[in-house]
Design a binder for this molecule. Structure first.
Ligand SMILES: Cc1cc2nc3c(=O)[nH]c(=O)nc-3n(C[C@H](O)[C@H](O)[C@H](O)COP(=O)(O)OP(=O)(O)OC[C@H]3O[C@@H](n4cnc5c(N)ncnc54)[C@H](O)[C@@H]3O)c2cc1C
Length: 333
């Protein structure tokens, strides 16, 4: 998402980026998704905001103002971004090229035919939280594992409302969002591992969501199999540096926020917007563009990192217990 948005914004500024994607054309993993207001401007400039807004349901609509967020089928955004964008699919970046002063000067990618070498004025890693390019370039990454796990569901049935969320007595959270074609829910739970978290079974999980978050009841009608339920152990990601000569990291490769914030993609889309403009303002000096980017972007992104509610929970972990009826998995009497 972030890489495609950056490519569109660069093309609008008369640059010719090469987009490398390891997956086949059209591939994406569906997820419960809300687009936060931080992503509206870049998508407006790309020309897909209104289409995505119309395809989704508003969250916290306000009179005469855009909604705070839009719950939308994830594919509606991805498909809009894939349109009219040349992408080198099935190209996996496996190595960075360096020049004689050790500046990054391109990449080596593997495709079904073999290996290709691609020279670049600037390599921009938009390759997700595990970012292979971040590793190859030697960026420091601070990964803070949250004290809690997450239990989520995906439903084929839309809920009555587009969004609902509550905090629990230990600072944990439970929420639900719904687009026109389906809905998704989540809650924080004890880090007990997948087997123990899912052991109570589908009906117990549905009963718990409906009891603790009544607006999710309509969505739960579309949850009929344990394949629609997922246990994960989320972590926050923060990188002290976002660029080195010849290479920059943006989007999820540079930062990842807590599950209840719903800001990760909007911040990433804002990164793409700022970097495209920084490159346009420094057309002959990519490293100066990165410097400009960091100067603009740090005051926008660093406060989100510092104030992430997940980070606050790390500080108080273990000092507060949830009420028994809120705990998951439930205690066996
Ligand atoms: C379950 C779930 C729910 C989420 N819900 C929300 C939400 O409600 N709101 C929100 O704002 N955000 C949400 N997010 C986060 C959001 O999806 C990301 O912030 C968003 O996708 C932007 O990520 P990105 O483009 O930076 O990275 P990604 O989406 O991870 O894309 C990285 C791309 O790089 C490719 N790649 C990786 N390695 C290589 C390589 N070596 N060579 C070539 N290509 C490579 C990958 O195939 C992938 O296509 C959610 C995430 C998850 C997992």
């Amino acid at each position: 998402m972030v890489g495609m948005t950056l490519a569109h914004l660069l093309r609008r500024r008369n640059f010719e980026p090469t987009v490398l994607e390891r997956m086949p054309a059209g591939h994406y993993i569906p997820r419960g998704y809300m687009l936060g207001f931080q992503g509206y401007e870049p998508l407006e400039e790309v020309g897909v905001y209104q289409e995505v807004r119309d395809a989704g349901r508003p969250i916290a609509p306000r009179p005469d103002q855009p909604p705070v967020a839009v719950a939308v089928r994830f594919g509606a955004l991805i498909e809009a971004l894939q349109r009219d964008l040349p992408i080198e699919n099935e190209h996996t970046v496996v190595e960075l090229l360096r020049d004689d002063i050790d500046r990054v000067a391109g990449v080596v990618a593997e495709n079904p035919e073999g290996r290709v070498t691609i020279d670049a004025d600037l390599v921009i890693a938009c390759d997700g939280t595990r970012s292979p390019v971040r590793e190859m370039a030697g960026f420091e990454a601070e990964v803070d594992v949250l004290p809690e796990a997450a239990l989520g569901f995906m439903s084929t049935v839309p809920a009555d409302t587009s969004f609902a969320m509550d905090y629990m007595s230990d600072g944990g959270h439970i929420g639900m969002l719904s687009w026109h074609e389906g809905s998704a829910g989540w809650r924080s739970c004890a880090r007990v591992g997948e087997e123990a978290a899912l052991a109570p079974g589908l009906e117990a999980i549905k009963e718990m969501f409906a009891r603790l978050l009544p607006p999710s009841e309509s969505a739960l009608k579309g949850v009929t199999s344990m394949d629609q339920v997922r246990y994960t152990e989320p972590a926050l990601l923060r990188c002290p540096e976002w660029w080195k000569p010849g290479v920059a990291i943006i989007g999820d490769a540079a930062h990842f926020f807590g599950p209840e914030t719903g800001v990760s993609s909007g911040i990433g889309l804002g990164d793409a917007h700022a970097l495209a403009e920084a490159i346009a303002q420094n057309p002959n000096d990519p490293d100066a563009a990165c410097h400009t980017y960091e100067t603009w972007r740090a005051p926008a992104v660093r406060p989100y990192e510092a104030n992430d509610p997940g980070r606050q929970r790390i500080l108080v972990a273990g000092s507060v217990e949830a009420r028994p009826e809120e705990r998951w998995p439930p205690e066996v009497a």
